[in-house]
Design a binder for this molecule. Structure first.
Ligand SMILES: N[C@@H](CCC(=O)N[C@@H](CS)C(=O)NCC(=O)O)C(=O)O
Length: 209
């Protein structure tokens, strides 16, 4: 049994989609970051960086923050969605780390400057929007002629997909990125993704490009 501490955001959804995909029993605990619940002392004990998602594995008491670490832990615990063969495994890790260093922080800045702070910081808007298009381009080229970012559907796809699902916030027209669109729609059809998207509560349907 896993305790998942999460909210209705891309990083939170990575963890809930993964838990739905691997079929581990879990309890979701809502940490409302709009009410600063991530700063509560009891949450800091399991997530010292005061960010969601975080998990506690009730089987062994182990707690973990940082979404990529959570995905790797759950993949290793269940033997699912991360290949054992070293070449294939590092391909998954490569794209997982690309997500953590690229789309995660950069698209996060787009949400701030382009959606929430529009017109107030033109330099930041231009910089992060340009970076968003660059990253969509990288993903689009990676997906040319391949179904998923690594060899098979994996934790790398699970890490990237929730960030792309915010394409409307990012003012991205996915029709410009045909391979991303095809990949996004394929993953959106997965029942586990649909269930995980609505954790810890439903706030709307999965956006359609
Ligand atoms: N690198 C972290 C980032 C986590 C993160 O930024 N989470 C956001 C929600 S998507 C959060 O908890 N924000 C709370 C805050 O900014 O105080 C991860 O991948 O888990």
């Amino acid at each position: 049994m896993i305790d998942l501490y999460t909210w209705t955001t891309p990083n939170g959804r990575k963890a809930s989609i993964m838990l739905e995909e691997v079929g581990l029993p879990y309890t979701a605990h809502a940490v409302d970051i709009s009410k600063d619940e991530q700063f509560k002392p009891e949450f800091l004990k399991i997530s010292p960086n005061n960010r969601i998602p975080a998990i506690v594995d009730r089987d062994n008491g182990y707690h973990l923050m940082e979404s990529a670490a959570v995905l790797m832990y759950l993949a290793e615990k269940t033997g699912k969605l991360m290949p054992k063969d070293p070449d294939k495994r590092y391909r998954v890790i490569e794209w997982l780390m690309w997500q953590m260093g690229g789309p995660g922080p950069m698209l996060g800045q787009v949400h701030h400057f382009v959606k929430y702070n529009k017109g107030k910081a033109p330099y930041a808007e231009e910089r992060y929007l340009k970076e968003a298009h660059r990253l969509y381009g990288v993903l689009d080229r990676r997906l040319a002629g391949r179904e998923f970012v690594a060899d098979e559907y994996s934790i790398a796809d699970i890490a990237i997909w929730p960030w792309i699902s915010r394409f409307e916030w990012q003012t991205i027209d996915m029709n410009q990125y045909a391979n991303v669109k095809r990949w996004y729609e394929t993953i959106a059809k997965r029942p586990a993704v649909q269930r995980g998207y609505d954790v810890p509560k439903k706030v709307g349907d999965i956006p359609k490009p």
